[in-house]
Design a protein around this ligand. Structure first.
Ligand SMILES: [Mn+2]
Length: 322
């Protein structure tokens, strides 16, 4: 992160006593861990400040740390820091318009301006990478607890340094964090990767049933009855989508899962080459170039999305002779 930018962020943090740190709805480990790491570091650096990490609690992520409840009417000119989120619509737990000073730190493609200070780095593998960068390059406290959450967010969002967003700087950051805090990183992996046998069996179902087009599009529509049979929920396919990377026959792969609670279909889309977020945007979805999603209540739309993704694969194959 640019030195001038770091200075600006620290100056804003110093000038506020009440600080609220928010992120997107349906959070992933990067969203929650970046919140917790930044909150804890600010608290330890400036013990007199009131710092809150807000948004709905997710029971499976409670192990990362506890989130805070706030009464926004009682805050005094609070600073809002928004993490891992490119648009205001998907913010969780705050009334965005009531904040005067806003900082955004994110690694998704830019969508809309939120505040005076915007750190949008699409090349970062995770928001946690940016938070780690900020903390290590300022005089903010980095202890084992803070490093733990930064590490978990980086490992989770980069899929263990596997995804293409993993740049060399992130290894340097992790090295410096481990060196400084003696972080026992091996013992953190169960927090991300321990899972019930039912999920492994469901993984087998996905592999067994994924369909493939001649252009390298793999897809599977997953209805409620399958989820029930395996005893998993509608979030499970999204957590497994990255496991289907590096499969020879698949250029782009997509799981379409029915979400009973919200009565809609969720698309998880991944790519090993073709740019897919333009297709997502066409259907009001969004995300990164090679990893994005769509939500729709209209079942008929599934076929159109799959057709568009197949076209993108076909074009990619033609252009790259593969
Ligand atoms: Mn992220």
């Amino acid at each position: 992160m640019d030195k001038g930018l770091i200075k600006k962020i620290i100056k804003q943090i110093k000038s506020h006593n009440d600080i609220v740190i928010a992120r997107h709805i349906s959070p992933d480990p990067d969203a929650i861990c970046s919140q917790l790491a930044l909150r804890d570091s600010i608290r330890k650096t400036f013990p007199h400040k009131n710092v809150y990490a807000v948004g709905a609690t997710v029971s499976k992520f409670k192990k990362f740390g506890q989130l805070d409840k706030i009464d926004e009417t009682k805050l005094n000119n609070p600073l809002l820091i928004v993490l891992d989120l490119p648009n205001i619509l998907r913010i969780d737990g705050v009334d965005f318009v009531s904040y005067k000073d806003v900082i955004k730190i994110d690694h998704h493609p830019f969508e809309e301006k939120m505040g005076e200070i915007e750190v949008v780095d699409e090349k970062a593998c995770s928001t946690c990478e940016l938070i780690g960068d900020l903390i290590i390059n300022s005089k903010m406290v980095l202890d084992e607890e803070v490093a733990k959450n930064i590490f978990l967010g980086i490992v989770s969002d980069s899929d263990r340094f596997l995804l293409s967003y993993t740049r060399k700087e992130v290894f340097k950051l992790v090295y410096e964090m481990v060196k400084k805090t003696n972080l026992d990183f091996q013992n953190l992996y169960p927090m991300l990767y321990e899972r019930p046998l039912a999920e492994v069996k469901f993984h087998g179902y996905l592999a067994e049933n994924i369909k493939l087009t001649e252009h390298g599009l793999g897809y599977l529509i997953i209805d409620m009855d399958v989820l029930k049979k395996y005893g998993v929920d509608s979030a499970t396919p999204s957590n497994m989508i990255n496991d289907f990377n590096y499969i020879k026959e698949l250029l782009v792969w997509v799981f379409v899962t029915y979400d009973e609670r919200n009565e809609l279909y969720k698309f998880n889309i991944r790519s090993r080459g073709p740019i897919v977020n333009e297709v997502a945007a066409k259907y009001n979805g969004g995300g990164h170039k090679f990893a994005c999603g769509i939500k729709t209540t209209d079942k008929r739309e599934i076929e159109n999305v799959l057709k568009d993704l197949d076209k993108v694969c076909k074009k990619f194959k033609e252009e790259n002779n593969c």
